[in-house]
Structures are given as C-alpha cells and as structure tokens.
Design a protein around this ligand. Structure first.
Ligand code: DX5
Ligand code: ZN
Length: 217
C-alpha cells in the first residue's frame, strides 16, 4: 500500500502562505488539504475561493479541497476553477448527494464525501461506488488542533468492509487529530489518506514529520 499524507494548510501561517506552500512542495506530502468553512455549516470561517486560487498558484501538489459549507453545489465550478483536484462535500450538507457527486465528476474533479463523527458509514452504502474518496471526520469539523475521536477506528473498519462489499474504489481519508500516536493504527485499519494539520505545521521539522507519517507502515 501507498500511505497518502495530506497536510492541512489551515494550520499554516496565513501571513506567509506562499512560503508555506513552497515548503510543502519540497516534502514528500501527496496532497495539500484546503479547509473551507462558511460559519454556517461549521462554527468557524476559514478561507474561500480567492485564497484557494492563491494556494494553487504556488502548489506543486494536488489540492484536496474540503468544503465545510452549506449548499456546496453552488460553488463547485468556482472551486474547480480555483484549482481543486479533489472536491469533498459533507453528507450532512447535501440533500441531493448523488446529483452533487455527479456534478463534481462532470467538472473533472475527484469526488469526495465527508461524514461527521456522528454519521454512521452505512449512510453512504448506495453512493459508495460513485465516490472517489470518503473522508471520515475524526473531530467535529470547524477547528484544527482538536483531540482525535477514538470511535473513528471502528468506522474505518466498517467503511473498509462496505467498500469491499459494494465493489467501490473509494479511498478512505481521515481528518482531524492525526498524529504519530494513531497514524499506524489508522493505516492498519484500512485508511488510505491521512490529513494532518497541527501535527505537521507545529512540528520543528514539518518535512521530517511528513516523512515519518508516510513511513510509519
Ligand atoms: C477540521 C478540518 C481539518 C483540520 C485538521 O475542521 O477539516 O482538516 O485542519 O487539523 P488537525 O490535524 O490539527 O486536527
Ligand atoms: Zn479538513
């Protein structure tokens, strides 16, 4: 297996975004995770389309854009044009999830669906074959630097089973509170992609931290 690491730019120094993106370019990170928050779906506001575009201008890694917003269907094209490779919407924000996933793919992006900690994985059973990635939130979305919710391990295992049963090719991404303390167990349980914000950006040597996360399996 190839462990995929996606540092979350939410934990970067926003006053020096270019420098931070260039720093990530020099590491063996796989994607750059971009957290979009609207202050409605989640109780925080982060960044939007122009900042995503600015990140993309300097990024040499695909942008993994996580939309923590209501009505994401209204902004898909703008985020695609801003440089998103992956577009992840929340199950909890999409009453017409199938349509939204099809729209993401029609734009030429990979389609991701995120689940809040309280949403069981079986909710995605009938859409799993259509999605490229499922993002399991291992914290309540809205803030970086929160404590990892242990129940996520169970969810990874049941999601993995469901993916195999439905013949889906979806990757499993884990987002929130990822560190050296849980990375190996998450990959062992079936995770493919680990998002890491604070653990990477607060470390002495982010490149080394990313390398260690990637080499943990
Ligand atoms: C949480 C975001 C996460 C966050 C992860 O709402 O979706 O991507 O940036 O940050 P850490 O790794 O610090 O928990
Ligand atoms: Zn995220």
């Amino acid at each position: 297996m190839n462990p995929i690491i996606a540092p979350s730019i939410l934990a970067a120094d926003f006053a020096n975004l270019q420098r931070e993106v260039e720093m990530i370019n020099q590491t063996n990170a796989d994607y750059i995770h971009v957290d979009i928050m609207d202050g409605v779906f989640v109780p925080n506001i982060s960044m939007g389309i122009p900042v995503t575009e600015a990140i993309h201008k300097h990024a040499k890694k695909p942008l993994d854009v996580h939309l923590m917003i209501m009505h994401p269907e209204n902004y898909l094209k703008q985020f695609k044009d801003a440089g998103a490779a992956y577009l992840t919407v929340h199950y909890e924000a999409c009453p017409h999830l199938h349509r939204t996933v099809e729209e993401i793919k029609a734009l030429g992006c990979k389609a991701g669906v995120a689940l809040n900690p309280h949403s069981p994985v079986y909710l995605l059973k009938d859409i799993l074959k259509e999605v490229d990635m499922v993002c399991l939130m291992s914290v309540n979305p809205g803030f970086g630097g929160q404590k990892f919710i242990e129940n996520t391990f169970k969810k990874v295992k049941s999601l993995k089973k469901l993916i195999v049963e439905t013949g889906s090719n979806a990757k499993i991404e884990i987002d929130g509170g990822v560190s050296m303390d849980n990375a190996k167990a998450l990959f062992d349980a079936g995770a493919d992609v680990l998002v890491a914000g604070n653990f990477v950006f607060s470390s002495q040597n982010p490149a080394e931290t990313i390398k260690n996360l990637k080499n943990i399996v």
